[in-house]
Design a protein around this ligand. Sequence first.
Ligand code: FES
Length: 90
Amino acid sequence: MQPNDHVCLCFGVSLGKIQNYLAREDPKVASLISECLGAGTGCGWCVPYLKDLHAQHQCGIKPTIEGSTEDYKEGRVQFKDTGKRADAEE
Ligand code: FES
């Protein structure tokens, strides 16, 4: 995923905006990322990714999301249709 790609598709919050927010604000808990333009407060699809970005930041790693933006978007479509994540166990 590239910095201009949207992590929170509900509110159009890009990876770069979240990276900058984490670097600037150093939030103690992942849920505070919601202060970055409402990220994670819509359908909930991006919340596990926001938690992972926060965990990476806490470890001193520049946070990113592996994989293609197309797969990410497709996963959200399936999540909205079924309420399930493709990588979730049954
Ligand atoms: S994609 Fe972030 S809340 Fe829906």
